[in-house]
Each structure stands twice: as structure tokens, then as C-alpha cells.
Design a protein around this ligand. Structure first.
Ligand SMILES: Cc1cc2nc3c(=O)[nH]c(=O)nc-3n(C[C@H](O)[C@H](O)[C@H](O)COP(=O)(O)O)c2cc1C
Length: 406
């Protein structure tokens, strides 16, 4: 059975929902699944905006054929060459022998790297476009805007002048399968989707804040009434709200005045100290506090929370003279994803020679604009009764830091 949704009078969603994939990019858990969005434009000429993962080819071909209402396909626009979007290019080119592929020079090169393009007579059927080029299909004129490194080098986005749609490639995408609901205003996005949208952004696009800012500047010159991303809901209402999130994330600005406490604890004593700190912070009026066990929480969740929160507490045991390994992994990821502009407080533990505080400090110094609290809590095995005043002063310093920016 075909599954399509009408986007506008001329545009149809013909993508697929993948609820079987456990790890996106073989890396990120996606318990809510993911959608691969693809859109058919019905005009004098017909257009398909991107394809889907090869695992969904049967459903996809059925959706596209239905959306085309028996017509043939004139253009396949390839905005992004990651296989979750280009996995069905060859099937489409075989099914629609007169279709031409449109993409950036780099995207067209990549098609040949991934697939045997001889099966669809590559040279004749490929059309390279560059920044500012347009394609008129009848009443629609499509403008191509290059968006390199959002989040691959070949990426472009497409603006449809008639329906004022930004086809945004992986920008504005999110994990999560669409359960019949295509538009963000058909779901409670902030409650049900925002955590996964943030996790998607921070972990997949997070490193490329500068490039996202460049794309946002280009987008600001256009009259955009709808955003059609390659994953997750389509935006036709409250676009500014979501664009503002992207703006914040790509400037590495925290979304919330909040404390995220990530603890790495082998036997529970460092966790106990982190818990005691959380209680003090709550007593001092901090409302938004989240605690995560670094050993049990996927690093993508931690990165997402660090993108959200203004203040980060890292509480960590020393392990064989080093940083407890999952905490070391988190720090590597923070650096790789260019985490910036955060205030960090440290709690370290060591039974004979605590080193985690010093080593974590060195890692944080490799990142940009991380302001480290000048005091840290150093624990010998367990936080003993009698250190309440010190813990209280530590909590107070975090609270004052939080009030500073207000
Ligand atoms: C395998 C292993 C290696 C450790 N290495 C060190 C170390 O190099 N230096 C140190 O001071 N403590 C070391 N510890 C002790 C821990 O840092 C920590 O003090 C202890 O586990 C209590 O805290 P926890 O209950 O939060 O794990 C080690 C513990 C384990 C299990």
C-alpha cells in the first residue's frame, strides 16, 4: 500500500519511515525510528527531491509512482549524497528512463563513487548546478543554494519560489519516524520531538556551526513559508521558533539556564557526591537539573544535554591514573563536536592519587570558551560527612555563575 501525504497542491511527500534500524549511521540509537523524506513536485515537468535508504526501495518506488499519478519523472534532484537519501537513485533512474539527475558537481561525482552509474547512461542524464542556478519546471522555479558541510561537502538546498518552500536537505531534520503525522503542527513537537531534534543536530551537524550560520544567513534573504527537511516533520507554522533553535545551537549558545551533571562512578561514591550536589543546587533554587550516569547513557544523549544546558558538572573517578574511560569518550566527543561557551564545574575522585580533575581540565582547555569554575571538589574514595560547608560553597558558586548572565 502506498503511503503519501499532500504537502501543497503541487507537492507530495513520498518518503519512508524506518522503524527497524537500530543505529542511525551505525552509531546513534533511534528507538523512535527515522523518516527518510522525499518529495514529488507535480508541474509541467515532474520533480523528485532526493530518494531514500536502499532498504526501503520497494515502498519508496510504490509511493513515487502513486504520487506521480501515472506520469513519468523528468528530474531527480539530489541535495545530499549520504546513502540514507541516495540509496534508491539507481532504482529511480531505471524506473524512469528519461529522468535527469540534478545536483552539485561534487554530488554528481559522489554518485559515481557509490554506484555503477553506467546502468543509467551517466553522462547524458546528469545536470550539474551551482550556487544561484535555477530550474523552471512550469509554474515552479527552483533555486539552488550550496550548503557545503551542512554536513557533507556536496550539500545544496533548494528554494521553491512558487510555494515558498525551503527543501533543506539534512538541516532542520530530526530522528523519529513520522507516525502518519507529517507536519510539526500535527504533533506536540516541543514535548515529543525536540529532544531528538536537538540530539540529531548536536551529534550530526553540531561540528559545523559556522556553516549552519552561513546557511541561515542565506535563508534569511528568502520568503520561506515552509521547510521540508530530509528527516522528520515538515514546518508550515512557527518556523521562527525552530529557526531560532538552529540559530542558538549553531552559535553554541545554551538553550536553557540549567545544570547537567554527568558522573562517572565505578562503585557509586562519586555518584553519591554528585547526588549531594544536586540536592544542594535544588535547595538553592535551581529548577532545571539533570543527572546522567556516563556509563549508562549514550554519549549522543549527553552531547545533546550539554548543547541544551548552560552549566555542566563533570564528576569523575580516576581510573588507572587516567580519566574513567566513558568520561574520556564524552570529552573526546565534546571536542570533536566543537562544544563551546559553557561553564563547567569538576568533582574528582581517587582512592590513592586523584588525577581525573587535572586531566579533565587539560581536555577542557583544548575546547573553545569553556569557563572552568576555579574550585573543584576532590574526593578520597567517598565524600565524608563534615564536608557540607565545602559542598555548599561549591553549589553556591555554581548558582552565582548562573545568576551572573541574567
Ligand atoms: C580499576 C580501578 C582503577 C583505579 N585507579 C585509580 C587510580 O589510578 N588512582 C586513584 O586515586 N584511584 C583509582 N581508583 C579508585 C577510584 O578512582 C575511586 O576512588 C573509587 O572507585 C571510588 O569511587 P567510585 O565509588 O565512584 O568508583 C581505581 C579504581 C578502580 C576500580
Amino acid at each position: 500500500m502506498q503511503i503519501t501525504r499532500k504537502v501543497t497542491d503541487d507537492v507530495v511527500w513520498a518518503g519512508c519511515n524506518d522503524r527497524r534500524l537500530a543505529l542511525f549511521e551505525n552509531l546513534f540509537p533511534i528507538p523512535r525510528g527515522v523518516s527518510y523524506n522525499s518529495y514529488v513536485i507535480l508541474d509541467e515537468k515532474t520533480v523528485l527531491m532526493d530518494t531514500v535508504d536502499s532498504g526501503m526501495s520497494q515502498q519508496f518506488l510504490e509511493n513515487v509512482a502513486y504520487a506521480l499519478k501515472g506520469r513519468s519523472l523528468d528530474y531527480l534532484i539530489v541535495q545530499h549524497m549520504e546513502p540514507d537519501h541516495c540509496g534508491t537513485i539507481v532504482d529511480i533512474m531505471r524506473a524512469y528512463p528519461q529522468a535527469k539527475v540534478v545536483g552539485s558537481v561534487k554530488a554528481l561525482q559522489m554518485i559515481g563513487q557509490f554506484y555503477d552509474v553506467s546502468v543509467f547512461d551517466a553522462g547524458e542524464r546528469m545536470m550539474a548546478v551551482k550556487e544561484g542556478d535555477t530550474l523552471t519546471t512550469g509554474s515552479h522555479t527552483l533555486h539552488f543554494l550550496m550548503a557545503p558541510m551542512v554536513h557533507w561537502p556536496e550539500v545544496m538546498v533548494t528554494y521553491d519560489e512558487k510555494d515558498k518552500i525551503l527543501f533543506a536537505a539534512d538541516a532542520f531534520g530530526t530522528f523519529g519516524a513520522l507516525n502518519g503525522k507529517l507536519f510539526s503542527d500535527e504533533v506536540d513537537f516541543e514535548r515529543e520531538w525536540l529532544p531528538d531534534a536537538r540530539r540529531y543536530y548536536a551529534n550530526i551537524v553540531g561540528k559545523y556551526g559556522v556553516q549552519v550560520q552561513a546557511l541561515l544567513k542565506k535563508a534569511a534573504t528568502l520568503d520561506i513559508q515552509m521547510i521540508c527537511p530530509l528527516h522528520g516533520p515538515v514546518w508550515r507554522k512557527d518556523l521562527e521558533w525552530f529557526i531560532d533553535k538552529y540559530d542558538k545551537w549553531s552559535r553554541y549558545e545554551p538553550e536553557n539556564k540549567a545544570v547537567v551533571i554527568v558522573y562517572g562512578s565505578i562503585y557509586g561514591n562519586t555518584e553519591n557526591a554528585a547526588d549531594a550536589l544536586a540536592a544542594r543546587l535544588t535547595e538553592k533554587g535551581v529548577k532545571d537539573i539533570k543527572m546522567y550516569d556516563v556509563s549508562r547513557t549514550h554519549v549522543s544523549e549527553l552531547i545533546s544535554e550539554i548543547f541544551r544546558c548552560s552549566h555542566v558538572v563533570l564528576a569523575c573517578s580516576t581510573y588507572n591514573g587516567g580519566i574513567y574511560p566513558p568520561m574520556a569518550d564524552l570529552l573526546e566527543d565534546m571536542k570533536a563536536l566543537s562544544v563551546q561557551n559553557r561553564t563547567v564545574a569538576l568533582m574528582e575522585n581517587g582512592t590513592w592519587a586523584a588525577a581525573s580533575g587535572r586531566l579533565i581540565t587539560a581536555k577542557l582547555e583544548e575546547m573553545k570558551n569553556i569557563s572552568l569554575l576555579d574550585t573543584k571538589i576532590s574526593i578520597k574514595s567517598t565524600l565524608q560527612n563534615g564536608r557540607e560547608t565545602e559542598l555548599d560553597a561549591f553549589a553556591q558558586q555554581i548558582v552565582e555563575e548562573m545568576q551572573d548572565g541574567e
